[in-house]
Design a protein around this ligand. Structure first.
Ligand code: PLP
Length: 410
């Protein structure tokens, strides 16, 4: 047999597996130590009652021969595509149900969309960014360029007209930095995409966390995006579906390349490689957009955002620089004393039992930064915030960590 040489180019461990491994080792070595996890991007709030009730009702419906559902519409059931369209209408964006494709998660959508584009496409990725953009591009054998996020540009890199890309990934609100593009900035990206005949793949997985109504929640709020962009969104972070699995992709019928409709090609691809999203799950997802469902899931989003406020305030009190956490469940912290990401991660874990995510795991530009996730119970976040607020960075910078054990220097 011969293997895909591109898969061998991946880092050995996915970032979150590496964090989990280090935390496991710490627990084994310090069984009595308290561990407060602010590292993983999984939700912790239970499903909204409206969602759970809709899935139970759908399951009961399937017990009756007359209401049984086998294979469904590969594009997604009309009731859910219409509900997605209605959701966009609620913030004044016109999306036709025909342009919506339902599937089982944004991660698979991001990977699967690679099927649409030429193997030798040049991809422009923000750095730092959600590792799946990079890994799926590596596996597809793409040539990868980076748009650098820095403290100076607020981790919102802008296009450089002389650099050519065929595909552009944008994540707003951003994982890991929590930064959000303004409408004017997205307009610039849309203009850049048009001038390079490029396609923007816009990941809006954290759209529900935007608290400022002036900020754009969809790339399709921008004039001209319907002929150069695809948008991905997910129920995972908006409604706690990380274990249920449901997402959507918007491919406008106006989007074409080389005389071909991307909508038609995606439909063809999905018909071959996908058999549709579970009916029960789609009923649960549609309930997210009911009045009751929205009230319930919004409350959970607010809960996480209050957690983010606690983390931000605590870090601020300790004297470090942070950004993000205002319209995203992630707070992005600059490591003081030029500590590297993994050094800072190890020290926080060893001395305070606090788990973060090393910024460098999201790309080279994340070196020297840490990400704190607000997806925890209020109790965990409060305990972590208490420790973080009183944290003595001068002292922490002097700790020497060796072999995962803690020992004070001097
Ligand atoms: N996109 C971003 C930016 C994410 O952070 C995540 C998950 O953490 C995903 C997509 C994946 O979402 P899903 O659970 O729908 O696969």
């Amino acid at each position: 047999m011969r293997l895909n040489e591109n898969i061998m180019k991946l880092e050995q461990n996915y970032l979150f597996a590496e964090i989990a491994m280090r935390v496991r080792r710490f627990r084994e070595e310090h069984p009595a130590a308290e561990v407060l996890s602010l590292g993983i991007n999984d939700v912790t709030r239970p499903l909204a009652p409206a969602v759970s009730a809709a899935m139970a009702a759908a399951s009961a419906e399937m017990r009756e021969a007359a209401h049984f559902h086998g294979y469904g519409d590969v594009q997604g059931e009309a009731f859910l595509r219409e509900a997605v369209s209605g959701y966009y209408r609620s913030f004044k964006v016109g999306i036709e149900p025909e342009d919506v494709f339902i599937s089982d998660g944004a991660k698979s959508d991001l990977a699967n969309l690679c099927d649409l584009f030429a193997p030798d496409s040049t991809v422009l990725l923000p750095n730092p960014v959600y590792p799946v953009f990079y890994d799926t591009s590596v596996m597809a054998g793409r040539q990868i360029l980076f748009a650098r996020g820095t403290k100076d540009n607020g981790f919102l890199p802008m296009p450089e007209p002389d650099i050519h890309a065929d595909l552009i990934y944008i994540c707003s609100p951003n994982n890991p930095t929590g930064s959000v593009y303004s409408r004017a900035q997205l307009q610039e990206w849309v203009e850049y995409a048009h001038s390079h005949h490029a396609c923007i793949i816009y990941d809006a997985a954290y759209e529900a966390y935007i608290r400022n109504v002036a900020l754009p929640r969809s790339i399709f709020e921008i004039a001209g995006a319907e002929t150069c962009a695809i948008e991905i969104n997910s129920f995972s972070k908006m409604a706690g579906f990380t274990g249920v699995r449901c997402s959507w992709v918007i491919i406008p019928r106006a989007l074409s390349a080389e005389g071909q409709s991307l909508h038609r090609l995606w439909m063809r691809r999905q018909s071959t490689k996908y058999n549709g999203t579970s009916y029960i799950v789609q009923r649960g997802a549609a309930a997210v957009f009911s009045q009751e469902g929205q009230r319930q899931v919004r409350r959970d989003v607010e809960y996480y955002m209050e957690n983010a406020d606690l983390i931000r305030q605590a870090l601020k009190r300790s004297g470090v620089f942070t950004t993000g956490g205002e319209h995203a469940p992630y707070v992005w912290m600059e490591c003081p004393y030029h500590l590297r990401s993994w050094e800072c991660f190890e020290r926080l874990l060893s001395v305070y039992g606090i788990v973060s995510s090393p910024g460098v795991g999201f790309g080279k530009q994340g070196e020297g930064w840490l990400r704190f996730s607000s997806f925890g119970s209020r109790e965990t976040i409060k305990r972590a915030a208490h420790k973080l607020a009183a944290l003595d960075w001068d002292q922490l910078a002097l700790w020497q960590i060796s072999g995962g054990r803690r020992k004070e220097q001097g």
